[in-house]
Design a protein around this ligand. Structure first.
Ligand SMILES: [Zn+2]
Ligand SMILES: [Zn+2]
Length: 268
C-alpha cells in the first residue's frame, strides 16, 4: 500500500553565518540542497563556520548573490571554486562582478522570475539600494518560506506584503537615527546610508515587521547592524516595542550582533 503522506522532508534550516557591514553570509540547508546567500567574508571564515555545522564546501549546491558589494560578494569566487558549485546572480550583479567572477562558473537568474534549486523555490525581488541590480530572496518549500531583505534604503508596500507571507523574515536594521546623527561618519556617508537607496533604520525595520505581522510571520531576525551607528539591544527593543504597542505577541524578534552568528532556525 502506498503511503499518502509523501516523502518526509528534513526541516529547512537557516543560519546567519555572519552579518554586518564587514561581511554577510547566510546558510540554508534543505537536506537535498545547501545554499549560501552572499559570501562577503574571507572564504576561510565561511569554511570555519560551515565546519561547526559539520558541512564541508563540496556539500554546497550554489552560492547566491543579492548584489555585488564587497561585504556580500568578496568571498564568492573562492567559495565557488572550493565547493565546485556555481555562483547564481542576476544579470546586473554578474556584470558588476564580472572581473571578480572571471574564473568562476556562474548561472543567471532573472529578477522576478522564480526558479527551482532542488526542493527549494527561489524568487528574487528588487530592493532599493545603490548597487547594479540589488535583490532580496523569498526561498520557499512546501508552503514554508523565508524572506531575506538586507541592504535596502526603504521598505515599500511590496516588500512588506512579501514578508507577510513568510514564516521567517531576515531583515536589515542597520542604524539608529540618533546614533547615526552623532556618529563620527563623514556627512557624505551619512547621507548615503540615510538615502532611500541606502540602508534601513531600526524604526523603518520596526514598521515593516509590524506590517508583516498581519500575516503568517512568526520570527523576525534583524541583521546587518552597524557597529558604529547601532546597538544590538536597541535594534531588538525598537522592533519589540513597536510590536508591543500594537499588542502583537506572536512574532519573536532576534537581532544578530555586528559580525556575529545567529542560532539555527528551522522551518518545516
Ligand atoms: Zn550593499
Ligand atoms: Zn551590505
Amino acid at each position: 500500500m502506498h503511503s499518502l503522506d509523501g516523502p518526509v522532508l528534513t526541516p529547512l534550516r537557516v543560519r546567519i553565518l555572519r552579518s554586518g557591514s564587514s561581511g554577510n553570509a547566510i546558510f540554508l540547508d534543505a537536506g537535498d540542497v545547501r545554499l549560501i546567500v552572499d559570501a562577503g567574508l574571507p572564504v576561510e571564515m565561511i569554511v570555519r563556520e560551515l565546519a561547526s555545522l559539520s558541512i564541508r564546501p563540496p556539500d554546497l549546491t550554489a552560492v547566491l548573490l543579492t548584489h555585488e558589494h564587497d561585504d556580500h560578494a568578496k568571498g564568492a569566487a573562492a567559495l565557488s571554486r572550493m565547493a565546485r558549485c556555481p555562483v547564481l546572480a542576476n544579470e546586473g550583479t554578474l556584470a558588476a562582478s564580472a572581473a571578480a567572477l572571471a574564473e568562476t562558473p556562474v548561472e543567471r537568474f532573472a529578477t522576478g522570475r522564480p526558479f527551482a534549486v532542488g526542493s527549494l523555490t527561489i524568487d528574487a525581488f528588487p530592493l532599493p539600494h545603490d548597487a547594479a541590480e540589488p535583490v532580496g530572496f523569498t526561498i520557499s518549500r512546501n508552503g514554508s518560506s523565508v524572506v531575506i531583505a538586507t541592504d535596502l534604503g526603504s521598505t515599500g508596500d511590496e516588500i512588506v506584503a512579501r514578508a507577510r507571507g513568510a514564516d521567517l523574515l531576515i531583515l536589515e536594521a542597520n542604524y539608529d537615527l540618533r546614533l547615526l546623527s552623532v556618529s563620527p561618519y563623514p556627512w557624505f556617508l551619512k547621507n548615503r546610508i540615510l538615502s532611500t537607496t541606502g540602508h534601513l533604520s531600526n524604526d523603518a525595520a520596526a514598521s515593516a515587521v509590524v506590517g508583516a505581522a498581519e500575516g503568517r510571520l512568526r520570527t523576525a531576525v534583524l541583521v546587518h547592524l552597524s557597529e558604529i551607528n547601532n546597538l544590538t539591544p536597541l535594534a531588538r527593543d525598537t522592533v519589540q516595542w513597536a510590536l508591543d504597542r500594537e499588542g502583537i505577541t506572536h512574532v519573536a524578534v532576534d537581532a544578530v550582533r555586528p559580525n556575529g552568528t545567529s542560532r539555527t532556525y528551522e522551518l518545516q
